[in-house]
Design a binder for this molecule. Structure first.
Ligand code: AMP
Length: 189
């Protein structure tokens, strides 16, 4: 059962309006299933779009931000809870802890770092939660190819490559996450 999804995404909105549209649609698809959001706690870029949309649909939005960023007044003031951490490292660990699944929307190097970390942590067994990327307009095409190349070159195994799924639409992504975490019927049920 998924209660909260960590959403990693750009602190900018990106050059194409389809990115903000995808962020809105993802938050809407999550909220329509009662699923809340854990995210970086900011109000800028796609982060702000995800937080505002989720709040407008009445689900919890939990932000996790290092104190030095909060002081720079870039924290979103309307969210349900804002956790402050001493460092960026603590922040990422707390986001991992608080979420039942991880989703990367289009973003920059911060998003790439967060996605890369949850994937490498899955690989070494630190968590067993689903990781998914929203490949809006093919944004993640080259990264997905690079992951395939890691398999071909013998640096990751095929089952490790499969620890991240990619999806063309927000609705498809959320459906897949829910299916992946649905309780399995017991054998005698
Ligand atoms: P980027 O993709 O480089 O724009 O970085 C966005 C990601 O890094 C988000 O998922 C956040 O968790 C984190 N992050 C980077 N910059 C900020 C910021 N100004 N406020 C809050 N989180 C940020």
């Amino acid at each position: 059962m998924i209660r909260r999804v960590a959403v990693y995404c750009g602190s900018n909105v990106g050059a194409d309006p389809s990115f903000a549209e995808a962020a809105r649609d993802l938050a809407t698809a999550l909220a329509s299933r009662g699923i809340g959001v854990v995210y970086g706690g900011g109000r800028s870029g796609l982060m702000g779009v995800v937080a505002d949309t989720a709040l407008a649909h009445g689900v919890d939005v939990v932000g996790v931000m290092p104190t030095h960023l909060v002081r720079r007044e870039i924290a979103h003031e309307g969210i349900t809870e804002l956790h402050e951490t001493a460092t960026m490292h603590e922040r990422k660990a707390m986001m991992v802890e608080l979420a039942d699944a991880y989703v990367a929307l289009p973003g920059g190097v911060g998003t790439l770092e967060e996605l890369s970390e949850v994937l490498s942590w899955a690989r070494i067994g630190l968590h067993a939660k689903p990781v998914a990327v929203l490949n809006t307009g093919g944004f993640y095409h080259h990264l997905l190819e690079f992951l395939d190349q890691m398999v071909v070159s013998g640096f990751i195994r095929p089952h490790e490559r499969e620890m991240v799924s990619d999806h063309a639409t927000p609705e498809g992504l959320v459906e897949a996450l829910c299916a992946a975490t649905a309780p399995r019927p017991t054998e005698d049920a």
